[in-house]
Design a protein around this ligand. Structure first.
Ligand code: SF4
Length: 391
């Protein structure tokens, strides 16, 4: 049986390369997680303690929980935790966690709304005869009459909408597990406690929704197991990725930063990048000047009806021709041009194969396999590289 979790599947969907680093190579880097995840774990621990102790008839005062949170923060803190948002400090995040716990406590005390069945409840169920899905439910409670509730604490700063909740696979998968585990379970309610907003998002899924989630999850597992390549997917979320120091997009940046900390080390690639940038800026300036000179020569020559112009040592011959230009595919007039060609019955004479579009269709496997096979003899794989400098 191969074990999967929601986060394993989501890692693949967000960036296959990150999946490879994390789950295949089990790579480690100097980044020990992000401050958001660190703060989230400490808040989860405090709420876990609150409900675990309640199961043993011990009710923590808010101050006890805050003290526990602060102690855990100091105990677990380590070098290498990434603070991506440079405008905020570690202490800002620490204070956020205190607020989350306090607001939650004040809203739900004395915590008698339901009966806690489990905290950090482990779930495991068969997706099919070869794969299992595992996870941990932050808190599982029972409301009576066959109704179970799955509680999930969220410490992120973006408020989940009802639509996000509907599309969320994690709690839906946990609901499937609870239905399988507890035979008296008739309904499962999914609750996201959005701690940053002191608000809850609550939904219930139908049997049909759960079956759909199960099918999607199986399809995702199939896709992962069929993967032979694990391409990168660079997005704004890369800033929070712990594999930056080994990712091709960021490893040089990490190397440079390490070298900047030590004046005795140097980096050949960095000086090549600097030279490239300097030279390309000079080239751009020269091109601007060249265009101005060319324009001046053409204006003067036209005024004086000259086709060859001279200096003491050289001469320039001027060649001019009026050419026909037509709107290209990106031009709003292009559809009109195509319609006109069709109307006058000339489209077949000028229509050429758009090989770029054809290559895209083949790359994206948009046509059936038998059609693609017909075109295979024409397909050449070529590595193209361009440089896009930026500051
Ligand atoms: S930094 Fe971005 S592209 Fe690189 S592995 Fe991480 S998520 Fe993927």
């Amino acid at each position: 049986m191969t074990l999967y979790s929601h986060s394993k599947i989501e890692t693949y969907n967000s960036c296959p390369l990150k999946y490879r680093f994390n789950y295949i190579e089990k790579a480690k880097t100097q980044i020990k997680g992000t401050i958001e995840a660190f703060m989230g774990s400490r808040v989860h621990e405090a709420l876990e303690k609150l409900y675990k102790d309640l199961q043993f008839e011990r009710k923590n005062q808010l101050q006890d929980l805050i003290e526990f949170y602060q102690n855990q923060w100091d105990k677990e803190w380590q070098e290498g935790i990434l603070v991506v948002r440079e405008d905020y400090t570690v202490d800002d995040y620490r204070a956020m966690g205190v607020r989350f716990i306090s607001e939650y406590y004040d809203r739900f005390a004395p915590f008698d709304q339901d009966k806690t069945i489990g905290v950090e409840e482990y779930i495991l169920f068969d997706l099919d005869d070869q794969h299992q899905l595992q996870g941990y439910i932050d808190r599982l409670s029972y409301e009576g009459d066959g109704l179970y509730t799955i509680h999930d604490y969220k410490t992120s700063n973006s408020l989940k909408t009802a639509e996000d909740a509907d599309n969320d696979r994690q709690l839906a998968l946990y609901a499937i597990a609870i239905k399988k585990k507890y035979q008296d379970c008739k309904r499962v309610r999914l609750v996201w406690h959005m701690l940053a907003f002191d608000k809850d998002v609550i939904i219930e899924k139908t049997e049909e929704d759960l079956l759909k989630t199960l099918d999607e999850t199986k399809a995702n597992v199939k896709k992962i197991e069929a993967a032979t390549e694990f391409p990168d997917n660079k997005t704004a979320l890369c800033g929070w990725c712990e594999f930056q120091p080994i990712c091709p997009h960021f490893k040089h940046l990490w190397e440079i930063n390490r070298l900047l900390d030590n004046k005795y080390l140097s980096d050949e690639m960095a000086s090549l990048v600097d030279s490239y940038m300097r030279t390309s800026e000079e080239k751009n300036k020269v091109e601007v000047e060249l265009n101005k000179i060319k324009e001046a020569i053409l204006i003067q020559a036209e005024k004086q009806n000259m086709l060859t112009v001279y200096s003491k040592d050289t001469r320039i011959r001027i060649w001019s021709k009026e050419v026909v230009k037509l709107p290209n595919k990106n031009d709003p007039e292009y559809p009109g041009l195509v319609n006109t060609l069709q109307r006058i019955g000339r489209i077949d004479e000028v229509k050429s194969v758009d090989t770029w579009a054809l290559a895209k269709i083949l790359e994206n496997k948009e046509w059936p396999l038998e059609v693609r096979k017909e075109l295979e003899p024409f397909m050449r794989k070529e590595k193209i590289s361009r440089l896009y400098p930026s500051k």
